[in-house]
Design a protein around this ligand. Structure first.
Ligand SMILES: C[S@@+](CC[C@H](N)C(=O)[O-])C[C@H]1O[C@@H](n2cnc3c(N)ncnc32)[C@H](O)[C@@H]1O
Length: 466
């Protein structure tokens, strides 16, 4: 008896060498996730041309072909010869019209003739690369973005694509080109988010949050079907889902895509940038400035994430990198003007309780900040302007609330806090922030409950869980 498509996948997964698996990111899709992905394609009565990019054991194209009318074709492209050879036994169970191309996706010329494109690509970061499309050059910094652009370019008019990818494309500057391209060229039809990839790819040991993204090559549908918390094993159609107008999911010039509906209490606020505030990253890259960083007191204070304590920025602190930069800093573009600012960490770990850690700073002279810190100011991308002191204090309190941290977690599937997302954060006006500063002073020790309750009272909110 021939092995089933699932058995072929499991056999392939078990036989991968660790080195090659890491190098080519061979994290093979389990059968139950493959079935859910394929279920997002529309039914068709006509034979279809199916393309699978980075096809591995062939599971995705084989299942797609099994659910397509007879006479459908499969083109599978896989760089690894061992997997390409192995995939024939799976793909031939879906159709007898197939071609397995053992090459890199980027070395194959692919015509825009496919009715169905399915992919679970490698997710690796790559150095910034530009892909030419008829919408211009798309900058990608990640292999999965490059695969997705290739997939979209391969679609025939009305063709459909389902991709199994991390949810990191939905926010952040690195994926801005991809989001613009995708929204210009396709309709986002459905998004289905898995809580954690570990659970669904358990024999592969992966941690990122992943999702299914269904696109079609036509003008954008009015509504997008969103499955917010998918578990494997149950058909998607039986899982909780809602249709949302596209304009409720895509935000700002950066086209950030957000699937969770924001807490309605935040709807009254404009974004941080609309309120005349700007988030930038610290200007000092330590390994380029090692020669001027000092542990002994010299010309200008240098702030790192380690200087963030409670709601304030403490200086100096011991047991970390040098706390000062010498006068040579004046000849480098790293010094920031005196005044009040809010620092926000750029990195957290999965275990950390909060994503956003904001601290108030009032520095009487010029200073430097490590680029692993974001800082919020009243200027522009090119010019740093200090905040009014009361605004800085009020903003620190605002960023310390639970409602803001929850908002950030929903926007971002990863542990980094990036300036692009911070600029989209709902934020009270500068006058409101200054008034809030009269109620809580970040320089006094305050607990989370007091912060949340003070902000609730200030905006006359009904507490959410009472
Ligand atoms: C995450 S795995 C998924 C495999 C398969 N699509 C699945 O869902 O089980 C990504 C696959 O892409 C292949 N791959 C990596 N880089 C590639 C490239 N440049 N061109 C073609 N295949 C590639 C890997 O060998 C691997 O089989």
């Amino acid at each position: 008896m021939p092995k089933s498509i699932a058995d072929i996948r499991n056999h392939a997964a078990a036989s991968l060498s660790t080195d090659k698996q890491q190098m080519l990111e061979q994290f093979l899709t389990p059968m139950e996730v493959a079935v859910q992905a394929v279920s997002l394609f529309s039914e068709s009565t006509n034979p279809l041309n199916i393309l699978d990019l980075g096809s591995g054991s062939g599971i995705l194209s084989a299942v797609t072909a099994q659910h397509s009318p007879s006479g459908s074709t499969v083109t599978a492209i896989e760089q690894d010869k061992q997997l390409a050879d192995l995939s024939e036994a799976a793909i031939s169970q879906g159709t007898d019209k197939y071609e397995i191309i053992n090459e890199s996706v980027f070395d194959v010329s692919i015509d825009a003739r496919f009715d169905r494109v399915i992919l679970n690509p490698p997710y690796k970061k790559i150095k910034p690369t530009y892909i030419s499309t008829d919408c211009g050059q798309i900058k990608v910094t990640n292999l999965y973005a490059a695969f997705l652009v290739t997939a979209i370019e391969a679609l025939a008019p009305n063709g459909e694509c389902v991709a199994i990818i991390p949810r990191s494309w939905m926010n952040g500057l690195y994926f801005s080109d991809l989001r613009h391209f995708l929204l210009e060229k396709t309709s986002i039809d459905a998004m289905a988010v898995y809580g954690s990839r570990r659970e669904h790819f358990e024999d592969m040991g992966i941690l990122q949050e992943i999702m299914l993204l269904k696109l079609s090559r036509k003008t954008q549908r009015k509504t997008v079907t969103v499955y917010q918390d998918v578990s494997a094993g149950t058909p998607l159609i039986k899982q909780d889902h809602h249709d949302f107008p596209i304009e409720n999911l895509v935000f700002g010039k950066e086209k950030i895509v957000r699937i969770q509906q924001q807490d309605p209490r935040l709807n009254q606020f404009r974004t941080l940038s609309e309120n005349g505030l700007w988030a930038s990253t610290g200007k000092l890259v330590w390994f380029r400035n090692r020669d001027i960083i000092s542990e002994k007191t010299t010309s200008y204070p240098l702030y790192w994430a380690a200087n963030q304590k409670g709601l304030v920025t403490v200086h100096p602190v011991t047991g970390t990198r040098g706390q000062w930069v010498s006068a040579d800093a004046e000849n480098r573009p790293i010094l920031q003007p005196a005044g009040s600012f809010v620092f926000v960490n750029r990195f957290t770990s999965k275990e950390q309780h909060r994503r956003i850690h904001a601290t108030y700073l009032n520095n009487p002279g010029l200073f430097a900040a490590d680029n692993k810190l974001n800082y919020i100011h009243a200027g522009t991308p090119r010019k740093t302007v200090p905040l009014q002191d009361a605004v800085a204090r009020g903003l620190t309190v605002w960023l310390a609330t639970t409602i803001v941290d929850d908002w950030y977690r929903e926007v971002s599937g990863n542990t980094q806090v990036n300036a692009t997302d911070l600029r989209q954060l709902p934020c009270p006006s500068q006058d409101q922030l200054a008034a809030l500063a009269n109620l809580i002073n970040p320089t006094n020790e305050t607990d989370q409950k007091t912060i949340d309750e003070t902000v609730e009272r200030f905006f006359s909110w009904t507490p959410r869980n009472k």
